[in-house]
Design a protein around this ligand. Structure first.
Ligand SMILES: Cc1ncc(COP(=O)(O)O)c(C=O)c1O
Length: 390
């Protein structure tokens, strides 16, 4: 039976009751029951570290990978843990060994840390970075596909495509993107930092060359829990950023040990997936999508602005344009965000297409009243900013 959601289940998290949390997308939030499971693993680890690391961890890690794999339609051998999406993308991109004259394609709404990785490795190799533009607001799938197709040349080694874009919250038509890249003979790394828990996933059916994801965002795992899926033919040449004892012993062996770390976030993941499924699983994703769409419509109406995405590209995040005549740049966006935090709420603010956009998230503990409160507070915050601007 579906559980009551919204404020009724907020006490399941440690969330500050005096703060309006509308930004699940950036760092997630881990429920108490999952933190308790993580604590149990830590106690087990510290009660006999040698036994734990030497005898227990290898099997426990593979068991947790198997549970995640089941959730993603895959098997345990397809999946390795990484601490976060940035590290997973680094592993794939560094393993590629770009050569002078190679080209790397990414979309214009790429996550900045991943863009920096691409730029750094391209500079080292003498490779070229090519950007496929995503028109904004309300892009359509055909234009996105055409722009990616146009960005591909005979020299393209890899296309790095966000499944759900960070600044704008767009769910890109990833199956079609993978299909056109494959047809052009181009490998695809999907940056799915926002995928698992926002949209249903069947990775073998999607069939990317690599898919990197996080579990600490939309699956509510403890922080530092990400994954890397690699198609079978991509595993031999794929290595973690840190080479350690497993070198040369295969994909999962190399990634399962990259030096001593606290692996409790990975080991608590099955409890997080159980929690997510108790809240509804796919029904929860559908509910979050409906909630954020309703919230975005409410905000856009109250502010007299617009929503950044058509309904078919909305997951659990949505962008709404802010009625501000500020220069749409990063430092002004930080200033707007600080003004939101000063009245005890937070949502990322991004400059896109010459305007400022607020990215809303909806998770199990949110309800429409949260966004009504935001709509009440926002005009005062924004008019304060205009006064500051002069
Ligand atoms: C599209 C995208 N890629 C990568 C990341 C980085 O995730 P992490 O901090 O887990 O490395 C994020 C974080 O928000 C993201 O939105």
């Amino acid at each position: 039976m579906a559980k009551a959601l919204g404020a009724a289940i907020r006490p399941e998290w440690e969330l500050d009751p005096d703060f309006l949390t509308l930004n699940h997308g950036s760092y997630g939030a881990t429920p108490r029951v999952v933190l308790a499971e993580q604590d149990r693993w830590r106690k087990r680890m510290e009660s006999q570290p040698t036994r734990f690391f030497f005898l227990e961890l290898p099997g426990a890690l593979r068991e947790a990978a198997g549970r995640l794999a089941g959730f993603l339609g895959a098997t345990a051998e397809d999946i390795a843990f990484v601490p976060n999406a940035t590290t997973g993308c680094n592993a794939v991109l560094r393993s590629l060994r770009l050569q002078a004259g190679d080209e790397v394609v990414h979309v214009s709404h790429v996550y900045n840390a991943v863009r920096n990785t691409i730029v750094h490795l391209a500079e080292q190799a003498g490779a070229r970075v090519v950007v496929a533009n995503i028109p904004f607001p309300r892009p359509d799938a055909t234009t996105i596909l055409t722009n990616i197709e146009r960005a591909i040349t005979k020299r393209t080694r890899i296309a790095v495509i966000d499944h759900i874009t960070s600044p704008s919250g767009l769910v890109l038509p990833i199956a079609d993107i993978i299909r056109i890249c494959r047809a052009a003979g181009v490998a695809v790394l999907v940056d799915g930092a926002h995928g698992a828990g926002q949209v249903p996933l069947d990775l073998p059916a999607l069939d990317p060359d690599w898919y990197v994801g996080t579990c600490h965002k939309w699956l509510s795992a403890p922080k530092g829990c990400g994954f890397l899926y690699a198609r079978a033919d991509r595993r031999a040449a794929l290595h973690p950023v840190t080479i350690s004892h497993g070198y040369g012993q295969g994909f999962t062996a190399e990634f399962d040990w990259t030096g001593t770390i606290d692996p409790s976030a990975y080991l608590a993941l099955p409890a997080a997936i159980d929690f997510f499924e108790r809240l509804g699983g796919e029904a929860l994703m559908a509910r979050n999508k409906a909630l954020v769409a309703e919230a975005a419509a409410l905000l856009a109406t109250r502010l007299g602005t617009e929503i950044g995405a058509m309904p078919d590209m909305i997951g659990s995040m949505a962008s709404v344009r802010l009625p501000l005549r500020l220069d749409a740049n990063r430092s002004e966006a930080v200033r707007v965000r600080q003004a939101l935090q000063a009245v005890n709420m937070d949502s990322p603010v991004h400059p896109l297409a010459g305007e400022m956009w607020l990215r809303l998230s909806a998770y199990a503990y949110n309800e429409i009243g949260d966004y009504e409160r935001l709509a009440e507070l926002l005009p005062g915050v924004l008019s304060g900013l205009k006064e500051l601007t002069g």
